[in-house]
Design a protein around this ligand. Structure first.
Ligand SMILES: Cc1ncc(COP(=O)(O)O)c(C=O)c1O
Length: 426
Protein backbone atom coordinates (compact mmCIF):
# COMPACT_ATOMS: atom_id res chain seq x y z
CA UNK A 1 0.00 0.00 0.00
CA UNK A 2 1.22 3.50 -0.79
CA UNK A 3 2.31 5.60 2.16
CA UNK A 4 -0.30 8.17 3.18
CA UNK A 5 1.55 11.25 1.97
CA UNK A 6 -1.13 13.65 3.15
CA UNK A 7 -0.86 12.59 6.79
CA UNK A 8 2.90 11.97 6.83
CA UNK A 9 3.51 15.42 5.39
CA UNK A 10 1.53 16.83 8.30
CA UNK A 11 3.60 14.77 10.74
CA UNK A 12 6.81 16.07 9.14
CA UNK A 13 5.54 19.65 9.48
CA UNK A 14 4.66 19.10 13.14
CA UNK A 15 8.10 17.56 13.67
CA UNK A 16 9.68 20.73 12.23
CA UNK A 17 7.43 22.96 14.37
CA UNK A 18 8.44 21.09 17.52
CA UNK A 19 12.12 21.18 16.54
CA UNK A 20 12.38 24.87 15.60
CA UNK A 21 10.03 26.27 18.24
CA UNK A 22 10.45 27.02 21.92
CA UNK A 23 8.04 24.81 23.87
CA UNK A 24 6.92 26.45 27.10
CA UNK A 25 3.56 24.75 27.64
CA UNK A 26 3.79 23.54 31.24
CA UNK A 27 1.93 20.29 30.54
CA UNK A 28 4.03 19.17 27.57
CA UNK A 29 7.31 17.36 27.19
CA UNK A 30 9.36 15.38 24.63
CA UNK A 31 9.44 11.62 25.13
CA UNK A 32 12.51 9.53 24.44
CA UNK A 33 12.88 7.58 21.22
CA UNK A 34 12.24 4.26 22.96
CA UNK A 35 8.96 5.59 24.44
CA UNK A 36 7.88 6.55 20.91
CA UNK A 37 8.96 3.17 19.57
CA UNK A 38 6.94 1.27 22.18
CA UNK A 39 3.89 3.42 21.40
CA UNK A 40 4.21 2.81 17.68
CA UNK A 41 4.71 -0.95 18.13
CA UNK A 42 2.57 -4.02 17.21
CA UNK A 43 1.14 -3.99 20.74
CA UNK A 44 -1.47 -1.61 19.34
CA UNK A 45 -3.03 -4.62 17.58
CA UNK A 46 -3.89 -6.50 20.77
CA UNK A 47 -7.23 -6.53 22.56
CA UNK A 48 -6.74 -7.20 26.26
CA UNK A 49 -9.91 -6.29 28.18
CA UNK A 50 -9.39 -7.13 31.83
CA UNK A 51 -6.16 -7.25 33.83
CA UNK A 52 -2.97 -9.36 33.64
CA UNK A 53 -3.89 -13.02 34.23
CA UNK A 54 -7.65 -12.22 34.04
CA UNK A 55 -8.39 -11.19 30.47
CA UNK A 56 -11.50 -11.54 28.35
CA UNK A 57 -9.40 -12.35 25.23
CA UNK A 58 -6.91 -15.08 24.37
CA UNK A 59 -3.31 -14.41 23.38
CA UNK A 60 -2.65 -11.87 26.13
CA UNK A 61 0.25 -13.77 27.71
CA UNK A 62 2.86 -11.44 26.20
CA UNK A 63 1.15 -8.08 26.84
CA UNK A 64 0.44 -9.32 30.37
CA UNK A 65 4.18 -9.21 30.98
CA UNK A 66 4.49 -5.61 29.77
CA UNK A 67 1.52 -4.43 31.87
CA UNK A 68 2.87 -6.23 34.96
CA UNK A 69 6.26 -4.55 34.50
CA UNK A 70 4.55 -1.15 34.12
CA UNK A 71 2.65 -1.73 37.39
CA UNK A 72 5.73 -2.88 39.29
CA UNK A 73 7.88 -0.01 38.01
CA UNK A 74 5.36 2.72 38.81
CA UNK A 75 4.84 1.28 42.31
CA UNK A 76 8.59 1.42 42.89
CA UNK A 77 8.85 4.93 41.43
CA UNK A 78 6.29 6.46 43.79
CA UNK A 79 6.44 4.02 46.70
CA UNK A 80 2.87 2.88 45.99
CA UNK A 81 1.32 -0.35 47.24
CA UNK A 82 -1.12 -0.63 44.33
CA UNK A 83 -1.36 0.77 40.80
CA UNK A 84 -3.65 0.74 37.77
CA UNK A 85 -1.86 1.78 34.57
CA UNK A 86 -4.80 1.47 32.18
CA UNK A 87 -6.50 4.90 32.23
CA UNK A 88 -6.30 6.35 28.72
CA UNK A 89 -5.78 9.84 30.13
CA UNK A 90 -5.65 11.89 33.31
CA UNK A 91 -9.33 12.77 33.04
CA UNK A 92 -10.19 9.05 32.67
CA UNK A 93 -8.18 8.26 35.81
CA UNK A 94 -10.13 10.92 37.71
CA UNK A 95 -13.43 9.67 36.34
CA UNK A 96 -12.65 6.17 37.61
CA UNK A 97 -11.96 7.54 41.11
CA UNK A 98 -15.30 9.41 41.11
CA UNK A 99 -17.04 6.25 39.96
CA UNK A 100 -15.38 4.12 42.66
CA UNK A 101 -15.85 6.58 45.54
CA UNK A 102 -19.07 8.52 44.88
CA UNK A 103 -22.67 8.09 43.84
CA UNK A 104 -24.18 10.52 41.32
CA UNK A 105 -25.14 13.71 43.13
CA UNK A 106 -22.56 13.25 45.90
CA UNK A 107 -20.65 16.34 46.99
CA UNK A 108 -16.91 16.77 46.45
CA UNK A 109 -14.47 19.62 46.69
CA UNK A 110 -11.70 20.79 44.36
CA UNK A 111 -9.69 23.93 43.59
CA UNK A 112 -11.68 26.65 41.84
CA UNK A 113 -11.16 26.15 38.10
CA UNK A 114 -10.40 29.80 37.47
CA UNK A 115 -7.63 29.59 40.06
CA UNK A 116 -5.79 26.59 38.66
CA UNK A 117 -8.15 23.63 39.13
CA UNK A 118 -8.63 21.14 36.29
CA UNK A 119 -11.84 20.63 34.30
CA UNK A 120 -12.22 17.17 35.83
CA UNK A 121 -12.22 18.71 39.31
CA UNK A 122 -15.74 20.09 38.97
CA UNK A 123 -16.29 22.05 35.76
CA UNK A 124 -19.99 22.35 34.94
CA UNK A 125 -19.24 21.15 31.39
CA UNK A 126 -17.29 18.09 32.56
CA UNK A 127 -18.63 14.76 33.95
CA UNK A 128 -17.34 15.82 37.38
CA UNK A 129 -19.58 18.87 37.55
CA UNK A 130 -22.44 17.39 35.54
CA UNK A 131 -22.90 14.18 37.51
CA UNK A 132 -21.60 15.22 40.94
CA UNK A 133 -22.12 18.21 43.21
CA UNK A 134 -18.94 20.32 43.01
CA UNK A 135 -17.92 22.67 45.82
CA UNK A 136 -14.77 24.76 45.43
CA UNK A 137 -11.95 25.99 47.58
CA UNK A 138 -9.89 29.03 46.65
CA UNK A 139 -6.54 30.73 46.76
CA UNK A 140 -5.96 33.81 48.87
CA UNK A 141 -6.41 36.92 46.68
CA UNK A 142 -3.28 38.55 48.15
CA UNK A 143 -0.79 35.68 48.27
CA UNK A 144 -2.12 33.47 45.49
CA UNK A 145 -1.66 30.49 47.86
CA UNK A 146 -4.34 27.92 48.64
CA UNK A 147 -6.28 29.15 51.68
CA UNK A 148 -6.36 26.03 53.87
CA UNK A 149 -8.24 27.74 56.72
CA UNK A 150 -11.11 28.66 54.41
CA UNK A 151 -10.89 25.20 52.82
CA UNK A 152 -11.46 23.70 56.26
CA UNK A 153 -14.40 26.04 56.95
CA UNK A 154 -16.00 25.08 53.65
CA UNK A 155 -15.39 21.38 54.25
CA UNK A 156 -16.98 21.53 57.71
CA UNK A 157 -20.00 23.36 56.30
CA UNK A 158 -20.46 21.34 53.11
CA UNK A 159 -19.28 17.87 54.28
CA UNK A 160 -17.94 16.68 50.90
CA UNK A 161 -17.37 12.94 50.46
CA UNK A 162 -14.20 13.52 48.41
CA UNK A 163 -11.57 16.27 48.57
CA UNK A 164 -9.19 16.76 45.64
CA UNK A 165 -5.73 18.27 45.90
CA UNK A 166 -3.62 19.13 42.85
CA UNK A 167 -4.15 21.48 39.93
CA UNK A 168 -3.31 22.46 36.37
CA UNK A 169 -1.91 25.90 37.08
CA UNK A 170 -0.59 26.20 40.63
CA UNK A 171 3.10 26.79 41.11
CA UNK A 172 3.39 26.18 44.83
CA UNK A 173 3.89 23.09 46.98
CA UNK A 174 0.76 21.61 48.57
CA UNK A 175 0.16 21.05 52.27
CA UNK A 176 -1.06 17.48 51.84
CA UNK A 177 -0.87 16.76 55.58
CA UNK A 178 -3.27 19.63 56.29
CA UNK A 179 -5.64 18.48 53.54
CA UNK A 180 -5.62 14.93 54.90
CA UNK A 181 -6.45 16.27 58.37
CA UNK A 182 -9.36 18.25 56.89
CA UNK A 183 -10.57 15.17 54.99
CA UNK A 184 -10.36 13.09 58.19
CA UNK A 185 -12.34 15.71 60.13
CA UNK A 186 -15.26 15.45 57.73
CA UNK A 187 -14.88 11.76 56.87
CA UNK A 188 -13.98 12.45 53.23
CA UNK A 189 -11.73 10.48 50.93
CA UNK A 190 -8.63 12.51 50.07
CA UNK A 191 -7.45 12.24 46.48
CA UNK A 192 -4.47 14.04 44.94
CA UNK A 193 -4.20 14.61 41.21
CA UNK A 194 -0.45 15.03 40.77
CA UNK A 195 -0.61 15.20 36.95
CA UNK A 196 1.57 18.30 36.75
CA UNK A 197 4.38 17.74 39.29
CA UNK A 198 4.51 13.88 39.01
CA UNK A 199 8.04 13.88 37.56
CA UNK A 200 9.33 16.19 40.29
CA UNK A 201 7.68 13.97 42.91
CA UNK A 202 9.12 10.81 41.33
CA UNK A 203 12.57 12.42 41.56
CA UNK A 204 12.02 13.17 45.26
CA UNK A 205 12.15 16.95 44.75
CA UNK A 206 8.60 17.65 45.96
CA UNK A 207 6.60 16.03 48.74
CA UNK A 208 5.06 12.68 47.79
CA UNK A 209 1.23 12.77 48.13
CA UNK A 210 1.17 8.96 48.44
CA UNK A 211 2.15 9.48 52.08
CA UNK A 212 -1.08 11.37 52.81
CA UNK A 213 -3.77 10.73 50.22
CA UNK A 214 -6.06 7.71 50.03
CA UNK A 215 -5.81 7.77 46.23
CA UNK A 216 -3.42 9.51 43.83
CA UNK A 217 -4.02 10.02 40.11
CA UNK A 218 -1.70 11.37 37.47
CA UNK A 219 -1.07 11.80 33.81
CA UNK A 220 2.10 10.22 32.48
CA UNK A 221 2.99 12.80 29.84
CA UNK A 222 3.78 16.06 31.60
CA UNK A 223 6.85 16.36 33.89
CA UNK A 224 6.90 12.55 34.04
CA UNK A 225 7.91 12.52 30.32
CA UNK A 226 6.03 9.40 29.26
CA UNK A 227 3.34 8.71 26.65
CA UNK A 228 -0.04 10.41 26.91
CA UNK A 229 -2.05 8.54 29.52
CA UNK A 230 -3.16 8.21 33.12
CA UNK A 231 -2.45 6.15 36.24
CA UNK A 232 -4.13 5.56 39.61
CA UNK A 233 -2.07 4.75 42.70
CA UNK A 234 -2.65 3.96 46.35
CA UNK A 235 -0.28 4.02 49.30
CA UNK A 236 0.37 1.37 51.92
CA UNK A 237 -2.59 1.41 54.25
CA UNK A 238 -5.56 2.63 52.29
CA UNK A 239 -6.77 -0.53 50.65
CA UNK A 240 -9.20 -1.48 53.39
CA UNK A 241 -12.82 -2.32 52.78
CA UNK A 242 -14.76 0.91 52.35
CA UNK A 243 -18.16 -0.35 53.14
CA UNK A 244 -19.21 -0.90 49.53
CA UNK A 245 -20.77 -4.27 48.88
CA UNK A 246 -20.98 -6.31 45.73
CA UNK A 247 -24.37 -7.75 44.69
CA UNK A 248 -23.38 -10.91 46.58
CA UNK A 249 -22.88 -8.90 49.73
CA UNK A 250 -19.07 -9.09 50.01
CA UNK A 251 -17.16 -6.04 51.06
CA UNK A 252 -14.98 -4.78 48.22
CA UNK A 253 -11.55 -3.31 48.72
CA UNK A 254 -10.80 0.11 47.24
CA UNK A 255 -8.34 -1.42 44.78
CA UNK A 256 -11.04 -3.77 43.48
CA UNK A 257 -13.48 -0.84 43.22
CA UNK A 258 -10.93 1.24 41.31
CA UNK A 259 -9.98 -1.60 38.97
CA UNK A 260 -13.60 -2.17 38.05
CA UNK A 261 -14.23 1.58 37.76
CA UNK A 262 -11.51 1.74 35.06
CA UNK A 263 -12.62 -1.46 33.34
CA UNK A 264 -15.47 -2.15 32.73
CA UNK A 265 -16.72 1.02 34.47
CA UNK A 266 -15.41 3.73 32.18
CA UNK A 267 -13.15 2.10 29.57
CA UNK A 268 -13.02 -0.86 27.23
CA UNK A 269 -9.79 -2.45 26.02
CA UNK A 270 -6.57 -0.99 27.40
CA UNK A 271 -3.99 0.51 25.02
CA UNK A 272 -1.25 -2.07 25.55
CA UNK A 273 1.17 -0.19 23.28
CA UNK A 274 0.78 2.90 25.46
CA UNK A 275 1.06 0.80 28.63
CA UNK A 276 4.37 -0.63 27.33
CA UNK A 277 5.52 2.94 26.61
CA UNK A 278 4.49 3.91 30.16
CA UNK A 279 6.66 1.03 31.43
CA UNK A 280 9.61 2.36 29.40
CA UNK A 281 9.08 5.89 30.77
CA UNK A 282 8.81 4.61 34.36
CA UNK A 283 12.06 2.70 33.79
CA UNK A 284 13.69 5.92 32.59
CA UNK A 285 12.34 7.81 35.60
CA UNK A 286 13.96 5.25 37.90
CA UNK A 287 17.42 6.14 36.51
CA UNK A 288 19.64 8.67 38.35
CA UNK A 289 19.74 10.87 35.22
CA UNK A 290 16.01 11.56 35.67
CA UNK A 291 16.67 13.26 38.99
CA UNK A 292 19.35 15.44 37.37
CA UNK A 293 16.85 16.38 34.66
CA UNK A 294 14.12 17.24 37.18
CA UNK A 295 16.54 19.34 39.23
CA UNK A 296 17.25 21.33 36.09
CA UNK A 297 13.48 21.71 35.43
CA UNK A 298 13.13 23.29 38.88
CA UNK A 299 16.19 25.51 38.62
CA UNK A 300 15.10 26.69 35.17
CA UNK A 301 11.56 27.52 36.35
CA UNK A 302 12.93 29.57 39.23
CA UNK A 303 15.37 31.34 36.91
CA UNK A 304 12.59 32.13 34.42
CA UNK A 305 10.32 33.47 37.18
CA UNK A 306 13.15 35.61 38.55
CA UNK A 307 14.16 36.97 35.14
CA UNK A 308 10.55 37.98 34.42
CA UNK A 309 10.14 39.48 37.88
CA UNK A 310 13.34 41.49 37.38
CA UNK A 311 11.70 42.92 34.27
CA UNK A 312 8.74 44.04 36.38
CA UNK A 313 6.31 41.24 35.58
CA UNK A 314 3.84 40.04 38.18
CA UNK A 315 4.10 36.31 38.88
CA UNK A 316 1.10 34.74 40.61
CA UNK A 317 2.16 33.78 44.19
CA UNK A 318 5.42 35.67 43.62
CA UNK A 319 7.40 32.75 42.22
CA UNK A 320 7.39 28.99 41.85
CA UNK A 321 8.18 25.78 43.73
CA UNK A 322 7.72 23.58 40.67
CA UNK A 323 7.98 23.62 36.86
CA UNK A 324 5.24 26.16 36.29
CA UNK A 325 5.27 29.98 36.17
CA UNK A 326 1.99 31.88 35.98
CA UNK A 327 2.26 35.40 34.58
CA UNK A 328 -0.41 37.89 35.59
CA UNK A 329 -0.56 40.45 32.76
CA UNK A 330 -3.03 42.82 34.40
CA UNK A 331 -0.54 45.14 36.04
CA UNK A 332 1.91 45.68 33.19
CA UNK A 333 -0.47 45.27 30.27
CA UNK A 334 -4.02 45.99 31.47
CA UNK A 335 -5.37 46.03 27.91
CA UNK A 336 -3.64 42.83 26.79
CA UNK A 337 -5.55 39.56 27.13
CA UNK A 338 -3.92 36.16 27.58
CA UNK A 339 -5.43 35.22 24.23
CA UNK A 340 -3.64 38.07 22.42
CA UNK A 341 -0.40 37.33 24.26
CA UNK A 342 -0.60 33.63 23.34
CA UNK A 343 -1.16 34.51 19.68
CA UNK A 344 1.80 36.90 19.57
CA UNK A 345 4.09 34.39 21.31
CA UNK A 346 3.05 31.64 18.89
CA UNK A 347 3.84 34.02 16.01
CA UNK A 348 7.37 34.16 17.47
CA UNK A 349 7.46 30.31 17.65
CA UNK A 350 7.23 30.47 21.44
CA UNK A 351 4.44 28.14 22.50
CA UNK A 352 2.68 28.90 25.77
CA UNK A 353 -0.96 29.04 26.74
CA UNK A 354 -3.36 31.65 27.96
CA UNK A 355 -4.55 30.98 31.48
CA UNK A 356 -6.92 32.49 33.97
CA UNK A 357 -5.28 34.15 36.96
CA UNK A 358 -6.86 34.14 40.42
CA UNK A 359 -9.90 36.42 40.56
CA UNK A 360 -9.67 37.09 36.83
CA UNK A 361 -12.49 39.21 35.48
CA UNK A 362 -11.97 38.00 31.91
CA UNK A 363 -13.52 34.81 30.52
CA UNK A 364 -11.57 31.52 30.10
CA UNK A 365 -11.47 32.29 26.35
CA UNK A 366 -9.74 35.67 26.90
CA UNK A 367 -8.01 35.42 30.32
CA UNK A 368 -5.48 37.81 31.88
CA UNK A 369 -2.59 35.41 32.24
CA UNK A 370 -0.05 33.23 30.51
CA UNK A 371 1.12 29.89 31.87
CA UNK A 372 4.76 28.98 31.23
CA UNK A 373 6.61 25.76 32.04
CA UNK A 374 10.13 24.39 31.80
CA UNK A 375 9.81 20.57 31.40
CA UNK A 376 9.94 20.43 27.58
CA UNK A 377 12.65 23.03 27.02
CA UNK A 378 14.77 21.40 29.75
CA UNK A 379 14.51 18.04 27.98
CA UNK A 380 16.13 19.82 25.04
CA UNK A 381 19.03 20.95 27.21
CA UNK A 382 18.05 24.46 28.37
CA UNK A 383 19.96 25.94 31.30
CA UNK A 384 19.49 28.99 33.53
CA UNK A 385 21.43 31.29 31.20
CA UNK A 386 18.99 30.43 28.43
CA UNK A 387 16.11 31.28 30.78
CA UNK A 388 17.18 34.93 30.93
CA UNK A 389 17.18 35.01 27.13
CA UNK A 390 13.73 33.37 27.09
CA UNK A 391 12.48 36.11 29.43
CA UNK A 392 13.94 38.74 27.06
CA UNK A 393 12.13 37.14 24.11
CA UNK A 394 8.81 36.98 25.98
CA UNK A 395 9.16 40.60 27.07
CA UNK A 396 9.99 41.78 23.56
CA UNK A 397 6.95 39.98 22.12
CA UNK A 398 4.52 41.19 24.79
CA UNK A 399 5.57 44.77 24.27
CA UNK A 400 5.09 44.41 20.52
CA UNK A 401 2.02 42.24 20.09
CA UNK A 402 0.93 44.11 16.96
CA UNK A 403 4.38 44.73 15.51
CA UNK A 404 4.92 41.85 13.11
CA UNK A 405 8.46 42.93 12.24
CA UNK A 406 9.58 42.91 15.86
CA UNK A 407 7.95 39.51 16.35
CA UNK A 408 9.60 38.14 13.18
CA UNK A 409 12.97 39.23 14.54
CA UNK A 410 12.33 37.33 17.79
CA UNK A 411 11.19 34.31 15.77
CA UNK A 412 14.48 34.25 13.87
CA UNK A 413 16.43 34.29 17.12
CA UNK A 414 14.20 31.57 18.62
CA UNK A 415 14.68 29.35 15.56
CA UNK A 416 18.44 29.90 15.59
CA UNK A 417 18.57 28.99 19.27
CA UNK A 418 16.41 25.86 19.01
CA UNK A 419 17.75 24.40 15.73
CA UNK A 420 20.90 22.86 17.27
CA UNK A 421 19.14 21.62 20.41
CA UNK A 422 18.18 17.94 20.02
CA UNK A 423 14.71 16.63 20.79
CA UNK A 424 16.04 13.13 21.48
CA UNK A 425 19.01 13.14 23.84
CA UNK A 426 19.38 9.43 22.95
C1 LIG B 1 -4.27 18.38 37.07
C2 LIG B 1 -4.71 17.70 35.81
N1 LIG B 1 -5.46 16.58 35.89
C3 LIG B 1 -5.89 15.94 34.80
C4 LIG B 1 -5.58 16.38 33.56
C5 LIG B 1 -6.17 15.69 32.38
O1 LIG B 1 -5.29 14.94 31.68
P1 LIG B 1 -5.67 14.43 30.22
O2 LIG B 1 -5.56 15.60 29.32
O3 LIG B 1 -4.66 13.34 29.97
O4 LIG B 1 -7.06 13.88 30.32
C6 LIG B 1 -4.79 17.53 33.40
C7 LIG B 1 -4.46 18.00 32.06
O5 LIG B 1 -3.99 19.03 31.79
C8 LIG B 1 -4.35 18.21 34.56
O6 LIG B 1 -3.64 19.34 34.48
Amino acid sequence: MEKDKQIFDIIAREDARQHMGMELIASENFVSHQVLEAMGSCLTNKYAEGYPGKRYYGGCQVVDEAETIAIERVKKLFGAAWANVQPHSGAQANMAVFMACLKPGDKFMGLNLSQGGHLSHGSPVNFSGLVFDAVEYNVDPETGLVDYDKMEETALRERPRLIIGGASAYSREWDYARMRAIADRVGAIFMVDMAHPAGLIAAGLLDNPLKYAHIVTSTTHKTLRGPRGGIILMGEDFDNPWGKTTPKGQLKTMSALLDSAVFPGTQGGPLENVIAAKAVAFGEALQPSFKTYQQQVLVNARALAKALKDKGYKIVSGGTDNHCVLLDLRENFPELTGKQAERALVEADITANKNMVPYDTRSPFQTSGIRLGTPAITTRGADVIMMTVVADFIDEVLRNVDNHEAIASVREQVNAMMAPMPIFAD
